[in-house]
Unconditional design. Structure first.
Length: 309
């Protein structure tokens, strides 16, 4: 019997995961996305991936979750701002034995998913990309993915290992962990430093990392995030500063996802990044003035699009 997997949110990251999984003969891939032009193009021409990998995959895509059968696994790859609506629309796809993995930015997504699904997997992924046009996603930066049980749901570790094995056979590099919080927080701290700075200055990642004033701000934001993680008893899975340098040395001029959102005047994920760090810091008595300030500035910029009086 084939394993059925639903990709919830088939943007750049969802497309990368879904297209790779579609290579496997024993996996049936379904992709759900509200963007009808994208799902129609995937069904008509296949899902094209370019950049770090070049291929076109065939899979079933739809904007109607009622067209998707009961699935063994889900991979949620929407923007964090859309997590609640996405899982509310697709919860019926996942049964008592299903497991749903978040590969989203920030923290707080697993808690939302767990309100609707029994078994949840905590995920952190470093591949990056962007949608070029309907049916075509660019794979900008390759990288590792870490997944582990979301502790409150007591997800069996065997389910984590099964999903990791499928993704690795599909050509992605996925590492199962008993405790994936350290990996998630390492990326959270990296994102909370680079994303809002890039979004507010309009600098691509490499330019912001090489410009001394913004590079210094990266480091100061990272230090705040590290202090909060330490207070939570979380041991980071690497150094966020090394991730900054790795991203800066990547080819091309990669725009952080928050900068892409700002340029398109879309709501950002700042609540799940800097807002989450600032709120947790406040509850723990850890000063996070820079994370709070960048959250306030980003929320103010979003508010400006409404042309307030």
């Amino acid at each position: 019997m084939s394993v059925k997997i639903c990709i919830v949110g088939c943007g750049a990251i969802g497309s990368i995961f879904g297209a790779h999984l579609a290579h496997l003969e024993d996996v049936e891939v379904h992709a759900y996305d509200v963007w009808k032009h994208h799902t129609r193009a995937i069904n008509e021409r296949g899902l094209r991936i370019s950049g770090a990998a070049h291929f076109t995959a065939r899979l079933h895509a739809t904007s109607d979750p009622n067209e998707i059968p009961l699935c063994d696994f889900g991979i949620v790859a929407t923007k964090s701002t859309h997590t609640r609506s996405a899982i509310e629309q697709t919860a019926h796809i996942f049964g008592a034995d299903s497991a749903v993995c978040s590969v989203q930015n920030g923290v707080g997504n697993e808690e939302i998913i767990a309100q609707h699904v029994r078994s949840v997997i905590r995920g952190t992924t470093f591949p990056a990309g962007h949608v070029v046009e309907p049916g075509h996603a660019a794979f900008d930066i390759n990288g590792d993915t870490w997944i582990g049980p979301f502790e409150p749901t007591n997800t069996p570790y065997a389910r984590v290992e099964q999903l990791a094995a499928l993704l690795n056979r599909a050509g992605l590099h996925v590492i199962p962990l008993q405790d994936a919080r350290g990996a998630q927080w390492t990326k959270l701290i990296f994102n909370a430093s680079t994303n809002p700075v890039g979004a507010l200055t309009l600098l691509h990642h490499g330019a912001a990392a090489r410009f001394p004033p913004t590079s210094a701000l990266f480091n100061a934001l990272i230090a705040e995030g590290e202090a909060v993680a330490k207070a939570l008893g979380i041991q980071l899975h690497g150094d966020p500063r090394a991730l900054v340098q790795k991203g800066a040395s990547a080819p091309g001029k990669h725009r952080a996802s928050m900068l892409q959102d700002i340029l398109a005047k879309r709501p950002t994920e700042v609540d799940f990044m800097n807002g989450a760090i600032a709120d947790l810091g406040e509850s723990l008595g850890i000063p996070t003035p820079l994370n709070r300030a960048l959250w306030q500035l980003t929320k103010g910029l979003e508010h400006s699009w409404a042309d307030p009086a």
